[in-house]
Structures are given as structure tokens and as C-alpha cells.
Write a protein that binds this ligand. Sequence first.
Ligand code: BGC
Length: 755
Amino acid sequence: MKKIITLAACFIAGILSYAQNDIASKAKALLAKMTLQEKIGQLNLIIPGGAAVTGSVVSNDVENKIRQGKVGGLFGITSPEKIRKVQDMAVKESRLHIPLIFGLDVIHGHKTIFPIPLGLSASWDMGLIEQSAHIAAKEATADGLNWAFSPMVDIARDPRWGRISEGSGEDPYLGGEIAKAMVRGYQGKDMTKQDALMACVKHFALYGGAEAGREYNTVDMSRIKMYEYYLPPYKAAVDAGAGSIMSSFNEIDGVPATGNKWLLTDLLRKEWGFKGFVVSDYTSLNEMTNHGVGDLQTVAAQALKAGLDMDMVGEGFLTTIEKSLKEGRVTVADIDRACLRILEAKYKLGLFDNPYKSIDETRPAKDILTAENRAAARKIAAHSMVLLKNQNQLLPLKKSGTIALVGPLADNKRNMLGTWVVAGDWNKSVSVLEGVKNVAPGINVLTAKGANITDDHFFASRANALGEEVTFDSRTPQAMIDEAVSVAAKSDVVVAVVGEAADMSGESASRADISLPESQLNLLKALKRTGKPLVVVLINGRPLTLVWENNNADAMLEAWAPGTEAGNAIADVLFGVYNPSGKLSATFPRSVGQIPIYYNHKNTGRPFDGKGFPKFKSNYLDESNDPLYPFGYGLSYTNFEYSPVMLSNASPKGDTKITATVTVTNDGKYAGEEVVQLYITDPVASVTRAVKDLKGFQKIALQPGESKEVSFTIGTEQLSFFNSDLKKVWEPGKFIVHIGTSSSNVKSAELNWSR
Ligand code: BGC
């Protein structure tokens, strides 16, 4: 049997490498026919540019460039009709008929919008995450596209950074698993298929390490920290076969990523064996001049030599590379290398065989925003929600009686989709009010806005840069609160839907204060004073500081920005149609002063054990070291009991494998799902290690009273780490295996692993 499998694997590998060689030789043959200008043209990625006047689909300027072979790809246009017209220009009117690649920021769905990626990651459900990417691919290709600027896999330990919402949180292992699932979901097994979208892993690299959480800020990081904590998700996506990668805005070791040879060639190509192409981020090539490393011609030459293949928007390559070639700053080989990679990507997508392969005017009606896609979005959103608190089992709510549904996000469609929704239409989203009425039609719902998202006009104007997400009621804040309080007084329970507007997180949306805006906190305080049971539903794109809320709400549900089916999914969870199973993928701090805060921190030489108030320990005078909610945390309507950890062998030797097993029992009243998490501690090593690292997880479903054994295989791979020489090694000795329900609630067992 083993032999047959091996033979089959060799056969498949053979076919793949044959296909790869075939593509490479076709691309070379085409390259041989190209002029220098045509080659440089392939490196140029642009947007439609300006208003489409005189019937042009994109701007006249762009259309002429396409005909002249000065454009390799376009992003920012959708619909098969438009894309067909533009593809016609390239294929029918340019000299060599080279098809364009069409990209878009398809980040968490195309038109059926799924939860923001931070929310998706909280599902810890790789099947559902892959499904969300596959549906996005189906919809985006139905809209004529073939390239998605996703997944964004940047590790983030700083919730001030707005783009924490676009990633999978703080953990490299979870982030890596999600990166793979997303690439599989977009690309499928064969990128020539009509519904396959090429993935673009971003932002390479370390973008989430921006100092002080301030957008586009400097990153300065040790190599060990990079290799151990920040690089693994990019590597996982590369290993999964991602077709392209996007360089980041930040610098690394003093060199902007877009022109960083160590990053784009030594690490990405030589160490990791990446075979796709690298595109810059939006004008990140031009911005190297602001970083202070030279004028446009200098930085363009540097970036090309460093391994950048495609230049997004700024046309630095288009306008300077020919000159640099004449002056000997770049070689023809540099240009050919980049051009070949882009041609190869187009071959991989099957665009030379059929440049119109995903352009079918009948597809949008069949494939976009279908009932099936919406049902999946509803399910996935419910699975991403995290129950933060549930005192006296207030949730799930009964489907009878009267509820006060209040807060600025309760009857709101505008902010349900979250950040980075280019093609999605918020008018098509389900508000919480609509969802509650759908799921619990027998209930009496009283509503009141209660507060503006914020009363701070300065903050609101910045958050509204992309559209009017924060609106101001004509009433005074007090009048709004009074109405909410009077509604609450007539109800059995209060559900307050509060949080952030969609673009209070996302790109260029860093916040120095990550608490709930004052207007909404005042509302919650007034509601609390009514004495009615208070459920807080949070719509937001990042961990927030919620100390008052945690102390005073009876129940709290983190719903993130749930997407198109927001209200239905929230109501499913509130009324127990779905028992929440999400777990945080990023730590929630108690206060901004604790940031960066993450579970896999080091022990330090003077660790604080959390007891008493000792001097000369690693702690604060005025704040606890503990987070408000740790990584991996999330409650359920039921209760899961963990047995002690059983090891198949507590003193293994050499390169063997053991199993660590727990029995998990659902001893509550509801059926539920639990994410069983495996962490390992390496207490003594040649370099300092984190207090624990996630090494595995399994999501299981249990009926009330049911028990399941959950086993994890542990080998030396799970013990290994990057040493001072950046070699991945494992060192013998003691290890502690933890299995539990969150990073801070585990059962542990010790083992001794010798050589
Ligand atoms: C963002 C990228 C995005 C690109 C194209 C940039 O500002 O950083 O994530 O893919 O714009 O829209």
C-alpha cells in the first residue's frame, strides 16, 4: 500500500514539475519575442485611473498604455462586461496579445461578506475558513477577476494597529494554519479552473510589528523573533503554493521591504524556494524615497535587483528602468527575471489558453450573493463569535417576553461588514434588529439608538474618511440615553449593541485609545443603573480595553464585524440556535499601557508570579500583568471538563513520536463545540523560550453528557525552535505539555525527551 502511495506521489510530483517546466519554457519563448518596453510593461500594475470619460472603461490614458503593452495587470475594476472590454484591448490590440491579470482586494469575501479576518480566525475552524475563501474565489471570478490581494497573514501583538483586524492575530502556528487554508480556498488544486483565484500573501514582511501600533511605522526586530514568531505564516502560505506575495510598506533592518534583497531573494527565494512573483504594495516602491534611500530611479533599480517583480500603481519601473539599464544600474537579466515570473503566473492561471476564462456574463446572477453563499456566511459568522462573559447563564435568551435592543449598532447596516470591503454592499447586510426579528419572531422588541458611535467630531471625521459610518443624531446625548433607559425599563432584558464603526479599524486606522467611545460607555452606565440584565454585543475590529464592561455587563458577546449576515448570525448565537465556540486569536489587554501584550511572552530574569506586590519584579505599579482576556479564551453555553493529560511515553528518545491525550466531557446542558488547545513549554534551552507556544488544536463537537478522547501527536518538530544561528533545532531535556480550553486554563504533564 505504502509503495502504491509513494508511486502515486512521485507520479503527481512528476506531472507538476513537467507542468512547471512546460510553463517556464513557454514563458521563455514568449519573452524572446518581447521588446524591452514590453518586458517593462509587464511589471506595471495600475488602477483604472480617473473618471471613465467618452465611453472608455478605464481612463483613456490607461487604455492607451494597455494597447501599447505598458501594463501587466490592472486592479480596481469589476464585472465581466468591463473586464472583457479591457482584456480585449490587451489581447486583441496589443502587439503580442498578452492577457492582463485582474486583481482586487478580496479580503473577507467578495460580495457575500464574511467576518473580518480577525473574526474568522477566532473560529479556529480551518474547514470554514477555507470555505469562506473558496466562496470568495467563486464570486470574484464570476465578477471577472483572477487575483486576490489576500491572505493578509501579518502577526500583530498590538491592537492599536488598525490592521490587526485584517489578520489572524498573534500566534504563528494558528496564523500559519489559516494562511494555508486561505490559499487552498482561493487557488484550489488547479489555478487554471474557472473559479480559481490566485492568492497574494501580504504584507511581506513584519508589517504588523509597526512601532507603537502606528500605521506604516518603523519595524525593528531581532532575527530570532522574526523567524520564531513573525515569519511562519508567510512561509506556510508559500509552502501551500501561494502564487504571489506582496511586499510591505515598512523597513526591515533599515531597508524598506520593497527593496530588501535579504527579504525578497535570500529568504523568500533561496531559503524558502518561492516560485511565484512579488508585487509591491500600493506605491511602496515610490515611498522608498520618503524612507530616505534614494530618488525614484535609484530605488526602482534597487527594488528590481532585490527581487521585486511588479510595481503597484507608482510606475517607478515603467518610468525609470530603461534609463537604469542604459546607465548599467540594472541588467537585462534583472528585467527578464521579473518579466518571466509574471508571464509564468499568467500561464499558471491558464490565461494564455483562455484570457476570458472567468469572464462569463451569466455567472454573477448564478454565483454571487446566492442563498447558499449567504447561508455559509451566516454559519461562519456565528462560528467566529466569542462569548466573553455569561454570568448566571443569562444567555441564551428566551424567544419570548420583551427585549430592549439598544445602541448605535443595533439598527445599523452600514457598519456590519467591517473594514476592507471593496465590492460588498452594506445595504445588503442584515442588521441586528432584523436578525432578532427573523430568529425570534415571537419576541417583543423595543429599540432605541441610545448614543452616537462617538460624539467626538474630530475622531468621527477621520473614521468617516471612506464614507459616512458615524452619523450624528439631532438629539442631545442625554435625550438619546433617556429614551434607551425608558425602553430598558419596559423590558425583561437589555441587549446593547456597541463598538466601533467599520473603518475605526483597518488600514490607516490606528487608535491610541482602544476603549469603547465615551458616548457608548455613558449609555452602558445608564443602562446598568436600570438594574435590568445587561447583554453587551460588541461589533469591532480589534481587541478593546473593556474593564468596566467586563465588570458590569451580565453577558458579553464579541461579534467582530460579522459581514453580510451579521444580524442573523448574532441572533442565532443570542437565542442559542448556535452555541458559541469562538476563541480569541489576540489577547485583550486591560489597558493600553500593557501593549504589546501576548500570551507567548518570555519569562524574563525577574518574572512576576502575579501574587502580592513585590518590588524588583517584572510588573507595573498601577496595572496587573494579566490581560483582560487571554489568547485562546472563549466561553460556551455549556461546560467542558478536561481530564488530566496522559502521555503515551514520558521519557521518549530521539526522533520518535508520542501522543498526549485528554478526555473532554460536556457536562452542561447544551450541545457545543470546543477548541482543544495544545501548548508546549521548553523550560531550559540554549536561547530563551516563551512561557508556552501553541503547537496544535482540534475543534470537537460534544452532545450534553458526551465525552471524547482528544489526542495530539508530538514529535521533535513540536519541540524545535530557532537557535542563535537561526537553525531550527530541538534540544533534549524537560518539556511541559499543556492541553486546555485557553492559553491560561490548561492541564499539564511533564516529559523528558533525550537524544
Ligand atoms: C494595502 C494593501 C492593498 C493595496 C491595494 C494598500 O494600501 O496596504 O493591503 O492590497 O493597498 O489596494
